[in-house]
Design a protein around this ligand. Structure first.
Ligand code: MEV
Length: 308
């Protein structure tokens, strides 16, 4: 039996724009997926015969990282699926990690590369943000240029992303899950169509790129008011890109006076929002009162770990 676990993530700044090669800043959260693998007489996932449509990420992970005998894989997740908190990336990273560990080839960079290929294949378009932060843990800054803290460079077609370790400060974030499950692939496609057909979309993507770099600076100084104001601006640009949702806006507005700032996190279209606050209890109550599920998260924990 081989067991690998990997964390979910929250994107502080830069989702969607990063798919166009702009920077993004993401942090691991303390909700994890565990993949347990054993060699078997047929391929199965969670007790069912493997089906490439129903088990798209695991099936693609096997194509990418396995050439041995059939295996049975069981996944256990603490992350709501389609919540914007990186559940598919964590499933992918934990499965790829377990497969590579079984082959005696587990290392962070290989896991991150293969997990990115899996997400790209399943979603049709992706950046390496979610899979890299789930692999590395801590925080990661993804950007076009190579900077201090460089981890790995990932290329796809004409695009490239440099992935860096980013120090995570002790800040308190509350996640608010709307309960609306939104798959990432169609949202990424919707933004692509908008950006390619509307100059306002291109301007929003460019401005989000600037916000991320300002955000890195504000994070290094733990400047909460500045982080909050950048989060608010990033949120409104994501709405311009068409990935906002009334359920998200309700939660973002509910914690306005109790947080430094709030924004949707991840692909949007529902999913989750995050608020930066010194009053996690007040923000959690506000999110519950607005119909969401609050989760006080600890950010910056361990990445992918071979447990056994
Ligand atoms: C989804 O968590 C983040 C997106 O930027 C997609 C991606 O980076 O692959 C929307």
């Amino acid at each position: 039996m081989r067991i690998c676990s990997a964390p979910g993530k929250m994107i502080l700044f830069g989702e969607h724009a990063v798919v166009f090669g702009k920077p993004a800043l993401a942090m691991a959260i303390d909700l994890r997926v565990t993949a347990s693998l054993r060699v078997s007489d047929q391929y199965s996932v969670n007790g069912y015969p493997m089906n490439a449509r129903h088990h798209a990420y695991i099936s693609a992970a096997l194509d990418e990282a396995w050439n041995g005998p059939p295996v049975s894989i069981i996944t256990k997740s603490e992350i709501p699926s389609g919540s914007g908190l990186g559940s598919s990336a964590a499933v992918t990273v934990s499965a790829v990690g377990a497969l590579l560990a079984e082959r005696g080839q587990f290392d962070g960079e290989s896991v991150a590369r293969k997990a990115f290929e899996v997400e790209y294949a399943v979603q049709g378009r992706a950046s390496p943000t979610d899979t890299s932060v789930s692999t590395h843990g801590n925080g990661v800054l993804v950007c076009p240029d190579r900077m201090d803290g460089f981890l790995w460079r990932i290329e796809k077609g004409s695009q490239h992303w440099n992935v860096h370790h980013c120090e995570v400060r002790k800040l308190t974030f509350v996640v608010g899950f709307t309960g609306v499950h939104a798959p990432t692939g169609p949202l990424v496609q919707k933004v692509k169509d908008f950006v390619e057909s509307n100059p306002e979309g291109r301007r929003a993507v460019d401005r989000i790129g600037e916000i991320v770099l300002d955000g890195v600076d504000a994070l290094a100084q733990a400047d909460k008011p500045r982080l909050g104001s950048l989060m608010r601006e990033n949120h409104s640009l994501l709405c311009t890109l068409g990935v906002g949702h009334t359920s998200i806006d309700r939660l973002v507005e509910s914690c306005g006076d109790k947080s430094y700032g709030a924004k949707l996190t991840g692909a949007g279209g529902g999913g989750s929002m995050i608020a930066l606050t010194d009053d996690p209890k007040g923000v959690s109550e506000a999110i519950s009162g607005a119909g969401g599920t609050p989760i006080v998260v600890t950010v910056g924990g361990r990445g992918a770990v071979v447990e056994q």
